[in-house]
Design a protein around this ligand. Structure first.
Ligand SMILES: C[S@@+](CC[C@H](N)C(=O)[O-])C[C@H]1O[C@@H](n2cnc3c(N)ncnc32)[C@H](O)[C@@H]1O
Length: 285
């Protein structure tokens, strides 16, 4: 039974990846159209996008945002007056709970490559919260956007040492190693000394690789040495990185330090031992 379920999930993923990047948004919009028509009539919460527009993954959108806000505060030391940068901010899943937490001395900047998400955030969040700002950047990613510049050469549009707290939730899990290295160099540049970066990964080490081989539900089968891919056709679909590559090549080279690694249960680790599906890294400068 478990094998059938597992294969069904893998098959659905394959079909989803088979559709060209831009068509996936339309497919999702159409699938949820009846729900969203009803939602537009009955909705009381303007700070919640229609289901058909939520392109960033499954699960309870608001509950996940609130859960992560708790992690930012308890694991990362986020404070209400912090200047926050949300890299790959999607359609505001992390920004929405932050509107109730950051005070007038604090600020939020988010950027993403998907214009539909940034437009929704501008219209619904920035219009109400003046210290919240969203920027669309024209970069390519084979899961989200078929054209644009290379992320591996991208310079963030912010001054040095601008931010106290930087967030990447489920973003490095969709970027290639050379892009992640470049983003870490930029994170180091725009993060204040003493600041914190909260980033999630799929981390490969002896333990997670062994567990994954047994569990095989969320399986990275294409091995490139220091990283593994779930799908060869859509490389950014899901990417797992070796822990020593993250620490040595991405963090330490850029004067960033791994302060804490909270291991995830994506690989089949018991949920009692893990606080979240993805690995959470608390990184300091
Ligand atoms: C799984 S979604 C997560 C979105 C958001 N962080 C959240 O937790 O709701 C991954 C996001 O990364 C964005 N992304 C992919 N490549 C990117 C890049 N090079 N720079 C910025 N964002 C990127 C995608 O457009 C997408 O919104």
């Amino acid at each position: 039974m478990q094998i059938i379920f597992c294969n069904k999930m893998q098959l659905l993923r394959k079909i989803y990846y088979f559709i060209p990047a831009e068509w996936r948004y339309t497919a999702r919009r159409l699938w949820f159209l009846p729900h969203d028509i009803w939602y537009s009539i009955s909705n009381k919460n303007e700070l919640l996008p229609p289901k058909g527009m939520i392109f960033i993954g499954s699960g309870d959108f608001l509950a996940q945002g609130n859960r992560y806000l708790k992690f930012f505060i308890e694991l990362g030391g986020l404070a209400p007056n912090h200047h926050v940068l949300d890299i790959g901010c999607g359609i505001g899943r992390m920004a929405i709970p932050l509107t109730k937490y950051l005070n007038e001395k604090g600020s939020y900047d988010g950027f993403d490559i998907v214009k539909k998400g940034i437009d929704w955030c501008d219209k619904n969040i920035s219009s109400r919260y003046k210290n919240f700002s969203f920027t669309c950047v024209d970069l390519q990613n084979d899961l989200y956007k078929s054209n644009g510049d290379k992320a591996s050469h991208f310079l963030f549009p912010y001054a040095d040492s601008s931010f106290d707290f930087i967030i990447l939730t489920s973003v490095f899990t969709h970027m290639m190693p050379d892009e992640i290295k470049q983003y870490c160099a930029e994170i180091s540049r725009v993060l204040k000394s003493g600041g914190t970066c909260f980033a999630t990964f799929f981390v490969l080490d002896d333990e997670s690789e062994k567990l994954m081989e047994v569990d095989k539900k969320f399986y990275f089968k294409h091995d490139y040495g220091y990283y593994k891919l779930m799908d060869e056709k859509v490389k950014s679909a899901n990417i797992a990185l070796k822990k020593n590559y993250i620490e040595n090549e991405c963090l330490n080279r850029n004067k960033l330090t791994l302060k804490h690694h909270h291991k995830g249960y994506w690989c089949g680790r018991s949920k009692i031992e893990a606080i979240d599906f993805q690995d959470i890294m608390i990184i300091g400068k």
